[in-house]
Ligand binder design. Structure first.
Ligand code: UTP
Length: 297
């Protein structure tokens, strides 16, 4: 059963303070992961799941994002003159990938606020939200499976990942109940960044959501929460607590490969993990890494 959903929303208006000064003049979603900006992996993932209508919520440095998904005449002409068709193909690929729309958030009042800005573009239909700092390995089709679950259950669906209890305070954490499917849980409660040791489970929200449009009405009345920001997690908590509002919230427990690029250390790990698997870089990188690690104690 193919999903009816066509729209993906990618919030990319955060201040990216953990990456300063790299993010002073550039959104963190433009940081390169090997040789592509993080945001391109995310757009490719949306397109692979059948979502070609992409709305990016942008902040003060939107220029770099818009340019990346636009044509660059000079560069194309130069590569054509040189007969460098392989690079030309790579350059054109990002421009032709999807129908990308841009909307300014206005002020970075939180992820919930960024998602609310998408209301007019999305209208009254379910849609996907993908965060640019969570990369999901293209071999693990998380989003397609979430779209299926949304269709089957007619509810909102979030991606959950089992994390080490010592890291639970860094995430939104879910309280869940099992369903008849091993990888699907019913979410009965959500809490954003619980104080250490108080988390209701080790299931953390990662940056993929398939939401029913009722989330917009809830976001409109959601007050600033954790960190003074309007939290998507708080609005989802309201949907989860009352299945009569919009069918409740289900969690898809993801056991595939996810790379966190929002944090400096995890960003470095993500680049190494992705590069060792690449055909063009892996064969040389692997032996070098082994040699390098022998020199560490
Ligand atoms: P983060 O909290 O990870 O992003 O938001 P941040 O605030 O930019 O990062 P740090 O902590 O200062 O380094 C998760 C996602 O939500 C977007 C971000 O761009 C990121 O993709 N976001 C966050 C917005 O679009 N608007 C906001 O007001 C806040």
């Amino acid at each position: 059963m193919a999903s009816q959903i066509t729209k993906a929303v990618i919030p990319a208006a955060g201040l990216g303070t953990r990456f300063l000064p790299a993010t002073k003049a550039m959104p963190k979603e433009m940081l390169p992961v090997v040789d592509k900006p993080a945001i391109q992996y995310v757009v490719e993932e949306a397109v692979a799941a059948g979502l070609r209508d992409v709305l990016m919520i942008t902040g003060r440095n939107k220029g770099a994002l818009e340019n990346h998904f636009d044509r660059v005449g000079e560069l194309e002409a130069m590569l054509e003159r040189k007969g460098d068709s392989a690079r030309l193909e790579k350059v054109n690929f990002s421009s032709d990938l999807a129908e990308v729309h841009y909307l300014r958030q206005g002020a970075p009042l939180g992820l919930g606020h960024a998602v609310l800005r998408a209301h007019m573009h999305v209208g009254e239909e379910p849609f996907a939200v993908l965060l640019g700092d969570d990369l999901i390995d293209e071999r693990d089709a998380l989003l397609s499976r979430m779209l299926e679950v949304q269709q089957e259950r007619n509810a909102s669906v979030i991606a959950l990942l089992e994390v080490d209890p010592s890291n639970a305070h860094l995430y939104g954490i879910a309280t869940v109940q099992p369903t008849d499917h091993e990888d699907i849980v019913q979410v009965t409660g959500l809490v954003e960044k619980p104080a250490e040791g108080t988390q209701p489970s080790n299931l953390a929200i990662i940056g993929r959501y398939v939401l029913r449009p009722e989330i917009f009405g809830v976001l409109e009345r959601t007050k600033p929460g954790q960190g003074g920001e309007i939290q998507l997690t708080d609005a989802l908590q309201e949907l989860a607590s009352d299945v009569s509002i919009a069918g409740g919230v289900y969690g898809l427990v993801f056991r595939g490969r996810r790379y966190d690029t929002g944090d400096r250390l995890d960003y470095i790990k993500a680049i190494v993990q992705l590069a060792v698997d690449r055909k063009d870089l892996g064969p040389e990188l692997r032996p070098w890494l082994k040699e390098f690690s022998r020199g560490l104690d």
